[in-house]
Design a protein around this ligand. Structure first.
Ligand SMILES: Nc1nc(=O)c2c([nH]1)NC[C@@H]1CN(c3ccc(C(=O)N[C@@H](CCC(=O)O)C(=O)O)cc3)C=[N+]21
Ligand SMILES: [Mg+2]
Length: 291
């Protein structure tokens, strides 16, 4: 068997076109563009690349992009003051502070300073609580993008066995919540899980978000399973995921590649969340089902 390769890049492009169409409707109704503010602290080259591609995608969708670059040694108070300014700015619908932050800065303090109703990353504890409780809020972009790919691939997910490997607040935990909402039977595995290969072997859906290059082996995958690889690891041989792609692709029913799988979805969903935020803030209807 040879897996269907899930083209996240193509799916993300289609999503971005549907977003752009609704951005045009929003602009006509509200008389302004949806606005996304991105804050980058320091000069980490990988972060700078992501921030640049976010800015380009934002403008391409017809939205306003506000980029704020602060020096690596910026004081905590100064960063918090910028967040306060963005919270109060009516042209800003979404705020993203690029993580990780330099070590002297308190990521939780910064994340919790963002107005939960502008928190398009969905990292604020209020939004984590809303997701866990079934309330309207913002869902973290990467897991929401993964669910979109899964539903596109599999249709209804009800009753499927899903294993999420990784328990981070930004991917693993919200991913598990979303799969539960889709009525999957969800297992969260992590670095302390015993006999991980047997746990993975049961799964119809495997989501790998551990941050360890090619850690999930092809022999662990149930034949025909759908494998979503969230990992982005830079190695001597280039960019690889958390899954041994060649091994898994020979047994899986479908699998996301790295690059070109989950990564492009993250940015597209960020634009989606920004548009949804703008609609809520201005009382303009956004057709989320059509996105
Ligand atoms: N507050 C915050 N929110 C984030 O969403 C956030 C963040 N901080 N910090 C960094 C991570 C990483 N991230 C990615 C976005 C797009 C790709 C992406 O488009 N990747 C492409 C290209 C990969 C490449 O060539 O580098 C792909 O996988 O095909 C990857 C990673 C968002 N992050
Ligand atoms: Mg973990």
């Amino acid at each position: 068997m040879s897996a269907n390769i899930i083209d996240g890049k193509a799916f993300a492009l289609g999503l971005r076109e549907r977003i752009a169409a609704q951005v045009a409707n929003f602009v006509a109704a509200a008389g302004r563009k949806p606005g996304l503010a991105v804050v980058l602290v320091g000069e980490d080259p990988a972060s700078a690349v992501y921030v640049r591609s976010k800015g380009k995608a934002t403008v391409a969708a017809g939205m306003a992009s506000f980029e704020h670059r602060l020096p690596a040694d910026v004081a905590q108070d100064e960063l918090l003051a910028l967040v306060d300014t963005l919270n109060a700015d009516p042209a800003v619908d979404g705020i993203l502070v690029q993580l990780p932050l330099p070590g002297h800065l308190d990521e939780l303090a910064v994340t919790t300073r963002i107005d939960p109703d502008k928190d398009v990353d969905g990292f604020h504890p209020v939004n984590a609580g809303r997701l866990a409780t079934g309330l309207e809020g913002f869902v973290p972009c990467t897991p929401l993008g993964c669910v979109m790919l899964l539903k596109d691939q599999l249709g209804d997910l009800t009753g499927l066995d899903a294993v999420v490997i990784g328990r981070s607040n930004i991917v693993g935990k919200p991913m598990a919540q979303l799969l539960l909402k889709e009525s999957c039977t969800v297992t969260i595995a992590h670095s302390r899980t015993r006999d991980l290969s047997s746990v993975v072997k049961r799964a119809d859906i495997v989501v790998a978000a551990v941050g360890r290059a090619e850690m999930v082996k092809g022999e662990w995958i149930k034949p025909g399973a759908t494998v979503i690889d969230v990992g982005i690891n830079r190695t001597a041989t280039g960019l690889v995921g958390d899954v041994d792609f060649a091994g898994a692709a020979s047994v899986a029913g479908a699998i996301t590649p790295v690059p070109g799988g989950v990564g492009p979805m993250t940015i597209a969903v960020l634009l989606r969340n920004t548009l949804v935020s703008a609609g809520r803030r201005e009382g303009v209807a956004i057709d989320e089902v059509a996105l």
